[in-house]
Design a protein. Structure first.
Length: 106
């Protein structure tokens, strides 16, 4: 059984005034798992800090923005880049992640 603290997203994820949502975390991890599989990395944790931006941005070409919710994209961006960002659309979130990964890999 998981400890209660494991069901809470990192503080950087939340929009001001929102409460933790276990369902969002479960869904968000699906996007991170898919990126891990596409990049052929061993662990989700390899997506931040350990993987080059080029490898992840290449994997993003295999994912359509509409496959995941805006919350999932925002969570993945927060996890991979370590920053809180909120977007008006999934397409904008995907584009931002792609641009940031390519910028950090140069």
């Amino acid at each position: 059984m998981r400890a209660a603290g494991n069901d809470v997203l990192p503080s950087w994820y939340y929009k001001k005034g929102t409460a933790p949502n276990k369902e969002v975390r479960i869904i968000s991890e699906k996007l991170l798992k898919r990126l891990t599989e596409l990049t052929k990395l061993s662990y989700i944790s390899d997506l931040h800090g350990g993987a080059s931006g080029r490898i992840i941005s290449k994997a993003l070409h295999e994912i359509k923005p509409e496959e995941y919710s805006i919350e999932e994209w925002e969570y993945a961006i927060g996890y991979i880049l370590g920053q809180t960002q909120h977007f008006e659309s999934r397409e904008a979130a995907l584009q931002y992640l792609y641009e940031q990964l390519n910028k950090t890999d140069k």
